[in-house]
Design a protein around this ligand. Structure first.
Ligand SMILES: Cc1ncc(COP(=O)(O)O)c(C=O)c1O
Length: 459
């Protein structure tokens, strides 16, 4: 793809989809066109440069970009299948549901088939409300569960919600890892407590063992359903098949999506315990949560193949070993840059770097893109950059990724010579941290850069 073609696509994207999205990506050199999607990398069609995919569509590509094994299963299925009617019984739905249940701990045995993460979140909350006959739900500050209905109401960031008020009633937001805040709200009015064991969009915050144990206790005392969102943390990402395994405990309901699709055919699921109120509610209301896109035959065939692939290759073990090496490398970089990095945290290959200033997130995304690393900061925490490469990544790939991150940091330090002293002045820091200012300023720099490039003769 040449530059003229790229500019024309961006023009059309802006015209028909969103100018804002083009400007947001363009300003940090993230306006790539993915080709040769393979494992942990893809090639940008315009520059021809290889990129490490550190975003993975927010955790959709655990089995790697363009996984050929799963792709072949999908190609074969397309010869004789379509989505199937969502009301009809099918061996593919059963195969997937039983395989998924067999891989979940404890008595998490029963499955509601869904279309996406937000859909699964809604299904989980509806199940808890239906089974308990209660209305209220406790969720976490900075949490992200999706962009619609119940999932939007469950989010812990006002920015996503304030334009759409009133949302679903009865949602109470508390700080993550603050057990006393949950205890104060716990009562016979609460249907569910919903949380990600490791917050993704919230900036890679890991729930503590004591917090999780405390939540389980509170739920048992008050008959509240404990719900884990394993949309990002599931399928080996954190070094175990499910993040809940780090805590040696089982929620009443778990929901998941994203990597279940193999990055090929969207799917989602709620898995719930075989306990009386939940089973009774579903048996009395079998269609309490259904849609034509939830649990399609094609989706279930692909998801079963994804589960097989993850188990056969024990991908969670790779996430643990490669993740440890990656995290240690990032920690070393953090130690060398103490003036701008606050902390590195995470489990397995779900790792975040927290910077001391928000504006560093945007600056670093730009510097990384120029080194062939596609990474963005967290939606609910701009000062935290997430690294979630496919968990098929090898040690050599992670070493190369670390080398590129180091190179990006070296370039960023030139900008920081000017910006760090300025950031110490509060009104200037407010301007630097403002997303709109960043988009305007970085796009201006990009315009100048492209103007200069136009006058440099091509080799
Ligand atoms: C933890 C978590 N839950 C739910 C969702 C929503 O998933 P989907 O985009 O499939 O609706 C996301 C998406 O980023 C997520 O990260």
């Amino acid at each position: 793809m040449d530059v003229q073609e790229r500019d024309f696509i961006q023009h059309l994207f802006g015209k028909h989809i969103s100018h804002g999205q083009v400007r947001y990506l363009r300003c940090a050199h993230l306006d790539v066109y993915e080709r040769n999607r393979k494992g942990a990398t893809f090639i940008d069609a315009v520059s021809g440069r290889q990129f490490f995919d550190c975003f993975s569509s927010a955790g959709c590509f655990n089995v790697g970009r363009g996984n050929e094994v799963v792709m072949d299963v999908l190609k074969n299925a397309l010869d004789s299948h379509d989505t199937g009617s969502h009301l009809v019984l099918s061996e593919h739905k059963v195969n997937f549901a039983s395989r998924l249940a067999s891989l979940c701990p404890g008595d998490l045995n029963r499955v509601v088939l869904c279309a996406s993460g937000a859909d699964a979140c809604a299904g989980a909350i509806k199940l808890a409300k239906g089974a308990t006959g209660r209305n209220d739900v406790i969720t976490m500050n900075k949490a992200y569960h999706g962009h619609e209905g119940y999932s939007l109401s469950a989010n812990g960031k006002d920015y996503y919600k304030e334009l759409f008020l009133p949302l679903m009633p009865g949602f109470h937001i508390v700080d993550f890892n603050d057990l006393e805040a949950v205890r104060r709200l716990a009562s016979k009015d609460i249907a569910a407590i919903v949380l990600e064991p490791i917050q993704g969009e919230g900036g890679i915050h890991v729930a503590t063992g004591d917090y999780m144990k405390g939540l389980r206790q509170i739920c048992d005392e008050h008959g509240i359903m404990l719900i884990f969102d394993e949309v990002q943390t599931g399928f080996g990402r954190t070094g175990t098949l499910w993040a809940m395994e780090h805590y040696g405990m089982t929620p009443d309901i778990m929901f998941t999506a994203k990597s279940i699709s193999g990055g090929l055919y969207p799917n989602g699921a709620v898995v719930y315990r075989e306990i009386e109120p939940l089973v009774r509610y579903v048996e009395a209301n079998p269609l309490f949560h259904t849609s034509h896109g939830g649990g399609t035959d094609l989706g279930c065939i692909v998801s079963s193949a994804v589960l097989d692939y993850i188990v056969e290759n024990r991908l969670w073990e790779n996430a643990a070993t490669v993740g440890k090496r990656f995290k240690e490398g990032l920690e070393q970089i953090a130690r060398e840059n103490e003036d701008c990095v606050k902390e590195v945290r995470g489990l397995g290959l779900m790792i975040g770097i927290e910077y001391k200033y928000e504006f560093i997130g945007a600056l670093m995304a730009d510097c990384l893109a120029k080194q062939g690393v596609w990474a963005v900061y967290s939606g609910n925490a701009p000062q935290v950059m997430r690294f979630q490469i496919p968990i098929t990544a090898s040690q050599e790939e992670v070493d190369e990724l670390l080398r590129r991150i180091r190179a990006a940091v070296r370039v960023m330090r030139w900008y920081l010579i000017l910006l760090l002293p300025l950031a110490k002045v509060p009104p200037i820091r407010m301007i630097l941290d403002n997303l709109h200012v960043q988009i305007v300023a970085f796009n201006l720099v990009r315009d100048i850069e492209e103007l200069i490039l136009r006058f440099i003769p091509k080799k």
